[in-house]
Ligand binder design. Structure first.
Ligand code: GRG
Length: 294
């Protein structure tokens, strides 16, 4: 099967699994569940769950990686909902749809994000209940990645840096944590469910791969924000420049940011080759992420 068909196939399976796992819209309180479904189903690329599945495919085992994939998409979607709030990036559009606080209201959007954060850990603890050591490992990876020194810490420094001229240290911190933390967790979770999950060398390479991919992904995100239209992106274009964000484009300019994205992609490719296993799809995914248009 060619890469695009394989990717579509995985995205469809992830969407089906999310649809089955999320409470139905008529579950009380229905407004909250409508808001959750609005944001989750709005049309994200599902890169993080796809990464969990492709990391798991390197050294497959009998463990089902789908619950871990769903859990990370719940965390990612919560972070997008909260990021769009007026108190944060104040964005009206997300995934081509009105942001959660626009389609509903701010309080509902805060609660929808909170519920998705909790749901991620519920999914892990319920779906892997027969393997307590796996639950504990996955919960530790995800909680650390989502916490105050990683995703939330990156977001905090991103907000603190608004309006000031970016420097290399802040930029690296924000990108490594706001973006790199969850992408690294995808690799760690997928690998830890595979049959080489206990091998330290494999996990170290997986973390390095996730971080390089995170830095490449964020460099691309900054480039797309600066060069594409709102219609193409499905979210507000040029919002970084308008808000005075500490982006790679603001710090290095467009050409150097392209070079950074290529450089980190090359790093990610070399880590993926070094890990080995059934890495064909993962290698293509890394290149696809560099060439993405939204
Ligand atoms: C509120 C705790 C908290 C964190 C917010 C998500 C986020 C952190 C900020 C959004 C802005 C941003 C540039 C984040 C970096 C990560 C990133 C590029 C998110 C967008 O990911 P995609 O492109 O989105 O995979 P889709 O919609 O396709 O899932």
């Amino acid at each position: 099967m060619n890469f695009n068909r394989q990717l579509n196939d995985l995205q469809e399976k992830i969407n089906e699994a999310l649809n089955l796992r999320l409470p139905a819209v008529d579950t009380r309180p229905s407004r909250l569940h409508e808001a959750i479904r609005h944001s989750v189903s709005a049309g994200g690329k599902r890169i993080r769950p796809v990464l969990v599945l492709s990391a798991n495919q390197l050294f497959p085992s009998g463990n089902n990686p789908m619950p871990a994939a769903i859990a990370i998409e719940c965390i990612h979607t919560y972070s997008l909902i909260h990021d769009d709030l007026p108190a944060m990036d104040n964005s009206d559009l997300r995934r081509g749809q009105p942001a959660c606080h626009k389609a509903f209201d701010e309080a509902t959007a805060i609660l929808a994000g909170d519920a998705l954060l909790a749901m991620a850990f519920e999914v892990l603890s319920v779906d892997y209940a027969d393997r307590p050591e796996i639950v504990s490992h996955l919960v530790r990876i995800l909680a650390t990645a989502a916490g105050s020194e990683r995703l939330v810490g990156g977001q905090m420094e991103d907000l603190l840096a608004e309006g000031s001229s970016p420097n290399a240290d802040t930029l690296r911190y924000v990108h490594a944590n706001k973006t790199g933390a969850l992408l690294t967790a995808c690799l760690e979770m997928g690998l830890c469910l595979g049959n080489k999950g206990a091998e330290e060398k494999v996990l170290i390479l997986g973390r390095r791969l996730g971080m390089s991919l995170g830095l490449a992904f964020q460099a691309m995100d900054d480039l797309l924000d600066a060069t594409r239209t709102t219609e193409e992106l499905g979210k507000d274009a040029e919002s970084d420049a308008i808000q005075g964000k500490a982006t790679s484009v603001a710090f290095r300019g467009i050409e150097e940011t392209k070079e950074q994205a290529k450089h980190h992609t090359e790093e990610a490719l070399s880590f993926a080759r070094e890990i080995g296993g059934d890495n064909e799809f993962l290698l293509e995914l890394i290149v696809y992420l560099l060439n993405r248009k939204k």
